[in-house]
Design a protein around this ligand. Sequence first.
Ligand code: NZQ
Ligand code: ZN
Length: 384
Amino acid sequence: MNNFEYHNPTRIVFGRGVIERLSGLIPAEKKVLMTYGGGSIKRNGVYDQVMKALAGRQVLEFGQIPPNPHYEHLMEAVKLVKREQVGFLLAVGGGSVADGTKFIAAAARYEGADPWDILAKGAEVASAVPMGVVLTLPATGAESNGGAVISRHSTQEKLVFSSDHCFPRFAILDPEVTFSLPDKQVRNGIVDAYVHVMEQYATYPVNAALQDRQAEGILLALIEEGPKTLRNPKDYDSRANLVWCATQALNGLIGVGVPQDWATHYIGHELTAFYGLDHAETLAIVLPALLRNQKARKRAKLLQYARRVWGVTDADEDAAIERGIACTAEFFESLGMPTKLAAYGVSPEEAAKRVSERFAQRGTKLGEYGDIGAEQAAQILRTC
Ligand code: NZQ
Ligand code: ZN
């Protein structure tokens, strides 16, 4: 196992009705800016629950954060935070609202010339306004990590930053507030969480026995509980299991001491930037193709994956690996998630060209060996 340091400062408050605990989690003297998306929280009662819990506090609002939150819009909130001397940010929504709020938190304290540099140049985040999350969509794990993904419309870019200062102080996870999600978003959440695990698991072995079993445990729980919660969206237990799986998939725990890939994610971000596919839709397309392309180097873990997660018994190892990958794609398809670009009318050839040109420009190198560049990305996308 590789050396590691692990510190996750996010307090998790999980269960039915836990939004009422909000007031005890935000320091009383702080002026709060509540951030949210396009209005689902007003229709499903979450907005009212939050406002009730914060009664008597000074609360400002910044709404209309769209999926794949964008820089141009978030900078409006940065101005508001500075002008009003906001002391605490409360994100109420899914990964997009959580991510957008992390960027607002960092940009409001940024002392350089242009906060976009945090994303484009990896400029250091030396501090951030403290924040918390009321999660309404289980998928990204953003409620319990320090990462965020922000888009810029003017340049069709979607970039990542991460900082210890951007971990939410707390995450309130009430599975009941996710009952109003459309099936499509539940499906997205299952696939996103699944691929988060694969990015940290399907690499090469380093004798990290516990992390492997934890990763396999999350995958198995998603395979069992995902279809149940789609079939019966108001069943509390299966939804609660999905919520906890999604948080655990990307709160850092299964990734300690092991090599990590993330190439599927970075290639996927480009597909969202160019073609507007949902984040999880890109992952379901790229992952199977990437695993096949990298089969030789991921061989030991892919075999372990096929055997332990999918129960594949083929004696022939190549056949077993291929069956494990095929089971993955079939699982996504069974959730109603396409695994080919054609489903969205996107040409693999064109996607390969656009994404590889961009990777070449940026000198992008991805994967657990840090050597998946423009050429391999093009190879992978041509088979999507
Ligand atoms: O905007 P509203 O009206 O709230 O509607 C949202 C949005 O349209 C809706 N929704 C959320 N909760 C709901 C609900 N509708 C009904 N009932 C509810 N309870 O769902 C739609 C999608 O929301 P969004 O936040 O965009 O989805 P998700 O949580 O999947 O987040 C995706 C974003 O997170 C990034 C992705 O790239 C993408 O930008 N990611 C962030 C990560 C991180 N910070 O660690 C890691 C991930 O890999 C991912 O890249
Ligand atoms: Zn993801």
